[in-house]
Design a binder for this molecule. Structure first.
Ligand code: ZN
Length: 134
């Protein structure tokens, strides 16, 4: 793990949140992407070297819908960049972390992703992500 890749924020309405964060950063999202398999609509903003991902539920079964129901809008996950996500899954499992999906899946922004259960990380949902090289 070598840096925070992005911070994910759960929002009720992506359109209004995009307007707000466009004002905050002074620049519009560089990417808006629907990730059907995850039940989310996402947008990505850059703030200097940092990235913020906004996530809106695209259906009522979406993990984002459940998160907002339980906790309201707010920080949903912190994503760390890794060079070898498969090796990291093995390493972290051996360290006792609960890996939510042991087979990395394709997430937003052209990444392979894995989530660690917040139960094993002091209540923080942690995402590992590795850039997919074309
Ligand atoms: Zn993310």
């Amino acid at each position: 793990m070598h840096k925070i890749e992005h911070i994910g924020i759960a929002v009720k309405n992506l359109e209004t949140a995009n307007e707000l964060y466009t004002k905050l950063f002074g620049t519009p999202p560089y990417k808006i992407e629907k990730v059907e398999s995850e039940g989310v609509n996402t947008s990505f903003f850059k703030s200097g070297p940092n990235k913020i991902e906004l996530l809106e539920a695209s259906n009522t079964d979406s993990p984002i819908a459940k998160f907002i129901e339980k906790k309201g809008e707010g920080i949903h996950h912190i994503a760390f960049a890794v060079d070898d996500i498969f090796a990291e899954v093995v390493r972290l499992k051996n360290e006792g972390f609960i890996v939510l999906n042991e087979t990395p899946k394709k997430g937003a922004d052209n990444k392979l992703i894995v989530f660690l259960h917040p139960k094993s990380t002091n209540g923080v949902l942690i995402e590992l992500c590795q850039e997919i090289l074309e």
